[in-house]
Design a protein around this ligand. Structure first.
Ligand code: ZN
Length: 251
């Protein structure tokens, strides 16, 4: 396809990559589709609601096993802060965070699969295929750190006595085979499950504000981005073997 990550696609890149079917999502050709409720997805504006909600139709299966890179991000120190802060300011912080994260993920062709308050889960390599999906996820993580730091600074938070400087984003990245599909009978959108997803989530829970923890497996696939980074070993809840990760700090 001629469109790049930063230019809006005229046809759904998910439907194209998965089925080679051109579904118009922008321009006059998209209008009749819109009349049938087929619009751009909230997971990524370059994919459509067919590939978001009709996984079974798109893949002809309930779920598939696929290679993907998973990114989890959340606001460190947020729970502590939320007990002491005006809900209005909290919601401003969360929207600034979610908007910046989504933009960074979309800029690298990933999808924001789940948003959970002050956290999110992104998938790279489905439904938009990405040749170097680990690189894409790490580049998105670096963008998240950069743009969230400036967003938090510009929010003009007046909170006397609160440790706002400690507020920052922690990110975990891991890659592997995941199961992608619809796993709920009352929700029709797809998600990814499996041990690779759990490990990404656990790494994120260990990341301090400003840190990106990249599993050794993922780091090995992105040597250019990870050169010279620090190595740490973690004992993670629910995972028997010690987990080795490389640490990237926000620039
Ligand atoms: Zn689509």
């Amino acid at each position: 396809m001629e469109s790049t990550a930063r230019s809006p696609a005229r046809i759904c890149r998910g439907c194209w990559d998965q089925m080679h079917v051109p579904i118009p999502i922008r321009g006059p050709l998209a209008l009749p589709f819109r009349a049938f409720g087929i619009t751009r997805s909230k997971m990524n504006p370059n994919i459509c609601t067919i590939c978001e909600r009709s996984f079974r139709y798109v893949k002809k299966q309930q779920h598939i096993s696929a290679a993907a890179t998973i990114l989890f991000a959340d606001i460190r120190g947020f729970t502590h802060l939320s007990e002491r802060m005006d809900p209005l300011i909290l919601s401003e912080i969360v929207s600034a965070f979610q908007d910046r994260c989504a933009q960074a993920v979309w800029d690298h062709d990933g999808i924001v699969n789940k948003q959970m308050g002050d956290g999110l889960m992104a998938i790279f390599n489905f439904p938009i295929k990405i040749r170097h999906h680990v690189d894409a996820a790490i580049a998105a993580a670096l963008d998240i750190q950069r743009s969230c730091t400036s967003a938090l600074r510009s929010l003009d938070l007046h909170a006397d006595g609160l440790a706002l400087d400690a507020l920052g984003v922690g990110i975990g990245v891991h890659t592997g085979q995941v199961e992608i599909g619809e796993f709920s009978t009352f929700r029709s959108d797809f998600t990814a499950i499996g041990s690779a997803v759990n490990l990404a989530a656990r790494l994120e829970s260990q990341a301090a504000a400003g840190e990106i923890l990249v599993s050794a497996e993922a780091a090995a696939q992105a040597p250019n981005l990870m050169a010279g980074t620090q190595t740490r070993t973690y004992r993670l809840k629910g995972i028997e073997q010690p987990v080795v990760a490389q640490v990237l700090f926000k620039g």
